[in-house]
Design a protein around this ligand. Structure first.
Ligand code: ADP
Ligand code: MG
Length: 247
């Protein structure tokens, strides 16, 4: 069974159809990179997976559990059950500015799982160590660099122990010298076989870390395949033109 199965999803904002019949699957332990020009629908697609946007048609299932089937959503409880299988990391970090690093990490587990146990503290400490920010546990986001903020955002997503992590251009808001430390954390997660969907402009990362690359343009999946094929031998003219501009 696929970790995520997306079938024929459609989404319009007003008259503009932003997602036109998108279908793909992501398997367990797979890293899928999504590339494509600005405005092609990448963010809308990711946001639809975690129910930050509502699709107009089609189906989304996580481990066989439907978020929406043929455009019909389920109860709030069922929706929550599906969306908590996923963690999301945004371009602009979206940390809570009034909370410390540690409080940012522990907020969702406390709210959702009502987990106030020793286990939670242990998990917080482990993840702070994993992102190399143990000494910043009590710092506020304003006192962190962009790279540190994004590492915190990744740890925060991991706190809920998701089965799949979604990244929406996680390094696009960072100064070039700070992208490496974030990509390094993501690479480590990939090596630990975390299932990930990564929308990115970092072609080097996609090439090195992704198992599969999906090229989106104008609300459609134009081409997909292993990085070795997409980057060295793209078949579609739109993929070729995009890569010419990006590489
Ligand atoms: P990408 O992430 O590939 O740059 P987006 O998913 O952000 O693309 O946007 C796809 C299209 O949908 C764009 O034309 C954008 O202007 C439009 N769009 C995105 N969000 C909204 C919204 N909330 N309301 C209206 N139009 C939107
Ligand atoms: Mg986007």
């Amino acid at each position: 069974m696929a970790m995520i199965e997306v079938s024929n999803i459609k989404k319009s904002f007003g008259q503009v159809e932003v997602l036109k019949d998108i279908s793909f699957e992501v398997n367990k332990n797979e890293v899928v990179a999504i590339i494509g020009p600005s405005g092609s629908g990448k963010s809308t697609m990711l946001r639809s997976l975690v129910h930050l946007e509502k699709i107009d048609g089609g189906s989304i299932a996580v481990e066989g559990d439907y978020l929406a089937k043929d455009g019909v959503y389920r109860s709030q409880l069922e929706t929550k059950r599906v969306t908590t299988k996923m963690g999301m990391v945004f371009q602009h970090f979206n940390l809570f500015p009034h909370l410390t690093v540690k409080q940012n990490l522990e907020l969702a587990p406390k709210l959702v799982k009502k987990d106030l146990s020793v286990g939670l503290r242990k998990r917080t400490d482990e993840l702070l160590a994993k992102i190399g920010l143990t000494s910043h546990a009590n710092a506020y986001p304003a006192n962190l660099s962009g790279g540190q903020k994004q590492r915190v955002a990744i740890a925060r997503a991991l706190m809920m122990d998701p089965d799949i992590l979604l990244f929406d251009e996680p390094t696009s808001a960072l100064d070039p010298e700070l992208t490496g430390e974030v990509l390094q954390v993501m690479k480590k997660l990939a090596e630990e076989h975390m299932t990930m969907i990564v929308v990115t402009h970092e072609m080097g990362f996609a090439r090195e870390v992704a198992d599969r690359v999906i090229f989106m343009d104008n609300g459609e999946i134009v081409e997909e395949g292993p990085p070795s094929e997409i980057f060295t031998n793209p078949r579609n003219e739109r993929t070729k033109a995009f890569l010419m501009r990006s590489l």
